[in-house]
Design a protein around this ligand. Sequence first.
Ligand code: G3I
Length: 351
Amino acid sequence: MNQPDVFAWDAPSLAEACRGRLRIGAAVNTWDLDEASPACAAIRRQFDILTLENESKPVNVQPEEGRFVFDKLDRFTDFGQKNGITLRGHTLVWHSQVPGWLFEGEDGAPASKEQLLSRMQAHIGTVVSRYRGKIATWDVLNEVLRDEGGLRESKWYKIAGRDYIPAAFQAAHEADPDARLLINDYNLESSEAKADTMAALVEELLRAGTPVGGIGLQMHLSLYTDLELLKKNVRKLAALRAFAPDLRLEVTELDVSCYRFDDTAEDLLWTDALETAFREKYAALFRFYGELADEGTLDTVVFWGLSDAVSWLNGFPRRHKNYPLLIGRGWRVKPAFYDVLALAGNKEAQS
Ligand code: G3I
């Protein structure tokens, strides 16, 4: 089937096609929100939920203790409100892009547990309450697990043990009782050990009454991702709804790299074979997302970036040209976009 080769702002709207079933979003930067920019036109047409890719991380929001920088988040929330777009906050507690002062005590010694937890609570309380009612979902905790299972031995963990985990949720809940509060991580789909740790941790938190609203599945995938394993691991996490029927899964950072993680190949050219594999992967994924949406488990899918031109995967894990999103370079939607469009909003198309 021939699809029109059109700009994202002229193509049918994926968000509209999915409305009532899935919210469709992207990670953006505030410079994308300039009214006259192509990025803004693409956002308005294609997405109804947004995340800031970097500008709301702790190192940017509180670079020094007590000095909060809110201009980017204010711009983001103004844009969301004006355009009727739902917003996600990313992120409150992370081991990366976090300011060093958080972990420092007196005279070069590490911070004490009490000091760290009180700084964490102050950060979360100040940021979440400022955007109460404006930011619908927070990635409260980001990447607190190890790929091989167990908790990441970050500075958070080394200083505070596991107590920072429920304390972060409590602080966010006090600051905005209506926000959905997530624990967000990568490789949950590909590491059974990691999915098991996540399931056990969330179950423990829920049993203790911790206000966990959902699990963020980052889903940085590749053409080589094993979809059967992905489904099995996601199902394991979805089963936690037995403990908390309101618990939701969100796909928070979706992209599909055309390289294996350890691939040292130079820039790949986009061939018909890659195109076919890419279309099949996206179609299979959105078939599965549709199933999860229909059973009430998943309601949000966010792409990590607006187009291939600006994807972080052009620079990670090494510099090479990548093609991971449905909007290509030059803002044109890809054939896979039309496959997803047909599947995502339309139950019949899935059979
Ligand atoms: O802003 C500085 C700039 O001043 C400097 O000249 C330049 C030199 O390298 O760096 C710029 O900062 C970069 C920043 O992105 C903004 O572009 C950092 O080096 C770079 O490390 C940072 O990468 C971000 C990464 O998180 C940080 O760990 C990526 O853009 C962002 O896509 C990525 O997003 C993460 C999610 O938050 C969590 N899940 C994984 C995902 C992908 O890694």
